[in-house]
Design a protein around this ligand. Structure first.
Ligand code: 5GP
Length: 170
């Protein structure tokens, strides 16, 4: 099965000159979605983790079924103002400006190994923010798994020192 056949290229989204890789065709096909989660489980189980953490919104789509499959817990990372209990937060740099990510204070225990999951690695800003958040909680990032890595942006270069891999490189 070639996952590339199930990713739709959308030119000029979210702005002129950007090609957006749309994963919704992959999600809509039950066999392809199942295969994707199975492949992620096979590939990313090497990052021996106690928990998976992933950021809204698309990180949840892959992170939660993968946690179920691997038999480990799932931790949601969200934008400010969304989580009901006490939170810790970090700011991280985007291509233009910055943003914040939050997690419940008790979501990760000190010394716990955490696998981070996201759909796409672009500049690496989001992944870097998630790493900062897990480390702030006292957790250890054992690895980061992506469905797609956009090679031309060198996001992996920004994650040096942290094990990471992907199913598809574009
Ligand atoms: P970064 O912070 O690495 O620059 O951007 C990664 C974040 O933006 C990810 O959370 C990902 O969901 C989203 N993203 C950036 N480009 C794309 C794209 O072409 N397709 C999809 N599906 N998400 C993208």
């Amino acid at each position: 099965m070639n996952l590339r056949d199930h990713i739709r290229d959308v030119p000029n989204f979210p702005k002129e000159g950007i090609v957006y890789f749309d994963i919704t065709p992959l999600l809509a096909d039950p066999k392809v979605f199942q295969y994707t989660i199975d492949m992620m489980a096979e590939r990313f189980s090497e990052y021996k983790a106690d928990k998976i953490a992933a950021a809204e919104a698309r990180g949840f789509i892959f992170g939660a079924p993968l946690a179920y499959k691997l038999g480990i817990g799932f931790v949601p990372i969200r934008k400010p103002g969304k989580l009901p209990y006490d939170t810790i937060s970090v700011s991280y740099d985007l291509e233009y400006g910055s943003d914040s990510l939050c997690m419940h204070v008790d979501a990760i225990a000190k010394g716990e190994n955490v696998l981070l999951i996201d759909d796409v690695l672009a500049t690496g800003g989001t992944a870097e923010g998630m790493v900062k958040l897990v480390e702030k909680a006292g957790g250890i990032v054992s690895g980061i798994g992506f469905l797609i890595e956009l090679g031309f942006l060198d996001g992996a270069g920004r994650l040096k020192g942290i094990a990471n891999s992907h199913l598809l490189k574009l």
